[in-house]
Design a protein around this ligand. Structure first.
Ligand code: EPU
Length: 417
């Protein structure tokens, strides 16, 4: 197992290139199941979650190969319909193969993902949607068993917008008979990217990016040659790093228009932005100001940026209040930030952060992906040395993180435990 050792306190300056979006790559890889033939998916980040998804699809009978940032998936021979526990338990997003498998083979057996560090994360809405489309669903020995001769279009209304739920239904509906309408659909850019990938395969989808999505099922889809959007959460993480280190970071290959809610909050906190070709330049202040934020479904403030934003606010001038509205247990980073001297109190889903002038380095434990990122943000500005243990969480979602930070002047290295 690896750890990261960071000597903080450096002002980070330079240019960083953003990788493809993990949360778009995963559903788009799953979408390859829908069509026979060889798919080429470009700008795929080399991450542990991506190789897990590749293994999961290979296990169904497909060929999978990741070369540089292009994933080649040959889905001609999909025959197995089971996603086993040992793969699903390492990555919740495995549930994304449920919809496509059911649409392609008429049956699927997918291990139920358990709870995870950030909350219970049920999949009842995915199952409700598939049932409405005519699937019979049984839960047996920790597995979801789903069957349907051919799925039928249906009108599906989500109580709460769910990203992977919307994606699962969209993929299932692409090959279903007739029209599916998803109301209160998730509007995240990754959902739109999946819709665009499906459209490139011949699917008929309207309204992705809005709350009402309409999918007219087709009989057959073609293999795709598709390029994934840049990772907005990776870009956002570098923005908070510029903020906390008073740095000057030009973020290339990024889509700032996917980050409006975060950028507005960062501006309120004293960070300046300048548009550049193919990206954005982010200039941190000497000390940022406190600001309040509440996580919401897109286009609101992203829950996946809450931890990193909080880390930045630990050294801001004044008191900030952050409310987490998406997941019930997404403050795991707080205890670790406190070990660095942060003054944070939690009351239910609300954290109050009283800014202090200087965090101090400490040994820390990463608990989930974005919590890990927040510890890196804090460590880069802390005085002295921080060691972040269990960084396999970080490796699930950030490609070459220490190399990218080193290029910006950070003193960070990976060591074996
Ligand atoms: N929910 C239900 N029932 C369901 C599905 C969701 O009650 O059947 C609830 C959840 O418990 C949660 C809310 O709906 O309170 C929203 O969850 P959502 O389903 O949108 O989350 P997800 O699809 O499981 C994706 C991302 C997460 C990201 C969330 C929210 C992927 C692979 N994962 O998860 O990413 O936090 O959307 O934006 O797209 C990460 O990258 O670190 C990460 C956790």
């Amino acid at each position: 197992m690896d750890k990261l050792v960071i000597n903080g306190g450096k002002r980070l300056v330079g240019t960083v290139e953003i990788s493809g979006a993990k949360n778009a790559a995963l559903p788009i890889m799953a979408a390859s199941i829908l069509a026979e033939g060889e798919h080429q998916i470009r700008n795929v980040p080399q991450l542990r979650d991506v190789s897990t998804m590749g293994r999961l699809i290979a296990n169904l009978g497909a060929g999978f190969h990741l070369e540089d940032s292009t994933a080649l998936l040959d889905c001609t021979m999909i025959g197995n319909f089971e996603a086993p526990y040992d793969l699903v338990s390492t990555m919740r997003a495995s549930v994304l193969i449920l919809g496509p498998l059911l649409a392609r083979l008429g049956k699927a057996k997918v291990s139920l993902p358990g709870g995870c560090a950030i909350g219970a994360r049920p999949i009842n809405l995915h199952l409700m949607g598939l049932k409405k489309m005519g699937a019979t669903i049984k839960l047996e020995s920790g597995y979801v068993l789903a069957k349907a001769k051919r799925l039928k279009g249906a009108s599906i209304n989500f109580d709460t917008p769910t990203v992977t739920g919307t994606e699962n239904i969209m993929m299932a509906a692409a090959l279903a008979e007739g029209r599916t309408i998803i109301e209160n659909a998730a509007r995240e850019p990754e959902v739109t990217d999946l819709a665009n990938a499906l459209i490139s395969m011949g699917a008929k989808i309207k309204g992705a990016g809005e709350s009402l999505i309409e999918i007219e099922g087709v009989r057959r889809l073609e293999p795709m040659d598709y390029t994934i959007i840049p990772d907005r959460i990776e870009a956002g993480t570098f923005m908070t790093i510029a903020g906390i280190t008073g740095g000057d970071i030009t973020i290339k290959k990024c889509r700032p228009d996917h980050l409006d809610a975060l950028i507005n909050k960062l501006k309120d906190s004293g960070i300046r932005f300048k548009k550049v070709r193919d990206g954005i330049r982010v200039i941190g202040p000497e000390r940022s100001f406190a600001v309040n934020a509440k996580t919401m479904p897109y286009p609101g403030f992203p829950t996946d940026m809450q931890a990193q934003f909080m880390a930045m606010l630990c050294m801001a001038d004044g008191t900030s209040v952050i409310s987490e509205k998406i997941f019930e247990n997404r403050f795991m980073h707080v205890a670790e930030l406190r070990r660095m001297g942060a003054d944070i109190t939690i009351d239910g889903g609300t954290a109050t952060i009283r800014g202090i002038p200087q965090l101090k380095g400490a040994p820390l434990m990463a608990t989930d992906l974005r919590a890990s990122a927040s510890l890196i943000v804090a460590a880069l500005a802390a005085e002295g040395q921080t060691t972040v243990h269990r960084i396999y969480h970080l490796d699930r979602g950030y490609e070459k993180i220490e190399e990218k930070l080193q290029l910006l002047g950070a003193d960070i290295r990976r060591e074996k435990e």
